[in-house]
Ligand binder design. Structure first.
Ligand code: AMP
Length: 566
């Protein structure tokens, strides 16, 4: 026996494009709910969603865009996200997901890395003023004609579209773009559809890497649609289901396992709000009688810990996916018992695999459903290998590799980094350490990649270290993750200052503000005189992690004792 498994047959793979999936949904379920956005008070049927997406597509072509151009989407979960997702597909454009928490330097990198010719942007959200960010990156905007930008810092960007009815100088408003659709441009969409290839790239998402600079994972129609379809089959999804989606749309979890999964089955999409909030999620489930809920573990923890949790009627819930980070057994048990989610499943995957590779089934034993990440999805192969690349025996830990229809094309413009991760037989290395039992059930036991997951967001220490090295006071910095009950992991920066320099924790955090997305800013900063090293001169991050974890546990116990004494 070896740690190799094939997921076997499921539904046949679909040879459709993303726009083809929406056409089919509109034909099969024209008047059924497609999208409900609670805080925007929006309710569209599949027909309405299709018509609006086509109007946007036609409008996008009239701004001078051509099939194959990249178009960025910078917004939290709004109805317009679906218009961008399907509208770009009808126009033959490649959608580029931009994390709405990005700060200006991160946005600039993303747009230039894949040569975005257009960007759709929200006006502002939480602490982000996206218009100001764009005006800083492209000061030429204010004096330029909409659709004809030439900016030194964003050389390939021509078209900027602001969500809503109005736009600042140099940008189009989304409403205006949609109004530009005419009979001729709508006909052009049919020609584009006739020429579309389901193996062509349709979406780009950024995942960082151990080298620090984010990589642009490029996915095809085939990757995403079939991943949604296989997962839907495991969840027994149908047009009777209503899926609550608090996970972000800029990630595959939202746009593949959320919206595309619903589009392939006719289930309704329910957005409780622009970004995750526990109370809004509970309200949406009750008000919209949701049958399913997706989330990363920290979201389920926050929902269960919501003070008014008992008040809500969650009896409509049945299933959903918990994924994105280790899913603790006790949490799964609470979700099954307290949230009525008797058919909840655990999924494991990564952006580069569209995203899911394995999933538990509601028909698995409870032990397997709470203690493993399931088996390979249909039409997918998995294997676990040792350092020489040889497949290991069952129950032996090694690096997990995946092969199948779900493996991305590669990293945009980065053949070398693609070749580092995908071998000539099309196996992709996941950087996750796993074991497989004799029945093909997988357990994720660690990571070989230097990555931590804070509240579902992947954080690559190298990226933060590289940024902190731009601070002249810092001689050496090592970023690590420490356990955290709320976020799973928290970020800590251990810093050795240059001789004679002084700094405070707050000063270091302030240095990051405005330049790094909030979730990458170290919660803990510790100054050290020297680092623990191996004999070969490598920093032993695990020792730093152990020390800080002990210190934090000690501080927690002391604060509890103090609280008990008062
Ligand atoms: P992303 O590319 O953002 O989807 O992140 C992928 C990474 O998240 C994987 O390589 C894993 O390290 C981690 N991950 C995803 N799902 C799980 C899971 N169910 N259990 C443990 N880790 C997970």
């Amino acid at each position: 026996m070896q740690s190799y498994a094939h997921g076997g047959d499921g539904p046949p793979l679909l040879g459709l494009t993303v726009s083809g999936v929406l056409d089919e949904a509109a034909a099969r379920w024209p008047d059924k709910d497609a999208l409900i956005v609670v805080d925007q008070q929006i309710r569209w049927t599949w027909n309405e969603l299709r018509d609006r997406a086509r109007a946007l597509a036609a409008g996008l072509l009239s701004t001078g865009l051509h099939p194959g151009d990249r178009i960025g989407m910078l917004a939290p979960n709004r109805a317009e996200w679906l218009l961008a997702q399907f509208g770009s597909a009808y126009a033959g454009l490649i959608l580029v997901n931009v994390n709405p928490a990005y700060r200006a330097p991160e946005l600039e990198y993303a747009l230039n890395k894949v040569g975005c010719r257009a960007l759709i942007t929200e006006t502002q959200f939480k602490s982000s003023d996206y218009i100001a960010m764009m005006q800083t990156l492209a000061p030429e905007l204010a004096a330029s004609t909409s659709g004809d930008l030439y900016a030194h810092g964003l050389p390939e960007l021509r078209v900027v579209i602001q969500l809503g009815k109005k736009a600042v100088p140099g940008m189009f408003s989304l409403d205006d773009v949609m109004r530009q659709a005419d009979v001729e441009s709508l006909q052009r969409l049919d020609e584009i559809a006739a020429q579309s290839d389901f193996d062509a790239p349709i979406n780009i998402q950024f995942t960082s890497g151990t080298t620090g600079a984010p990589k642009a994972a490029t996915l095809t129609h085939h990757n995403m649609i079939n991943n949604a379809l296989m997962s839907a089959a495991i969840l027994d999804f149908s047009c009777k289901d209503r899926l609550c989606i608090p996970v972000p749309m800029y990630h595959c979890f939202g746009m593949v396992l959320g919206t595309l999964l619903c589009a392939t089955t006719g289930a309704a999409i329910v957005f409780p709000g622009a970004a995750f909030e526990a109370e809004a999620t509970l309200q949406a489930i009750e008000a919209e009688s949701c049958t399913a809920l997706h989330g990363v573990p920290t979201m389920f923890i926050a929902v269960l810990d919501e003070p008014e949790f008992e008040k809500y009627d969650l009896s409509s819930l049945r299933t959903g996916i918990m994924a994105g980070a280790p899913c603790p057994t006790e949490l799964m048990q609470r979700v099954i018992e307290d949230m009525h989610m008797s058919e909840i499943t655990i999924g494991y995957g990564m952006t580069e695999t569209g995203p899911l590779s394995t999933q538990t089934s509601p028909r698995d034993s409870v032990e397997r459903r709470v203690g493993t990440v399931g088996r390979a999805l249909p039409h997918t192969e998995i294997k676990i290998v040792d350092e020489e690349g040889h497949i290991v025996a069952p129950d032996v830990a090694g690096e997990l590799c995946v092969r199948g229809y779900n493996v991305m094309l590669g990293y945009w413009g980065d053949p070398e980094r693609t070749a580092e991760d995908i071998d000539t037989s099309r196996w992709i290395r996941t950087g996750d350490v796993a074991t497989m039992d004799e029945n093909g059930y997988l357990r994720i036991v660690g990571r070989s990649k230097d990555m931590l997951i804070r509240g579902g967001e992947n954080v690559y220490p190298r990226e933060i270290e590289n940024f902190l090295y731009t601070n002249p006071k810092i001689n050496q910095v090592e970023v690590i993750g420490v356990p955290d009950p709320r976020f799973g992991e928290e970020i800590a920066a251990c810093i050795q200052l240059q001789e004679g320099e002084q700094a405070t924790e707050e000063e270091i955090r302030n240095y990051c503000r405005g330049k790094l997305a909030h979730f990458k800013i170290p919660r803990y900063v510790r100054f050290v005189d020297e680092f623990p090293m191996t004999v070969t001169g490598k920093v032993q991050k695990f020792i730093l992690r152990e020390r800080l974890t002990k210190e934090l546990e000690q501080a927690f116990r002391t604060s509890q004792l103090k609280r008990a004494a008062t």
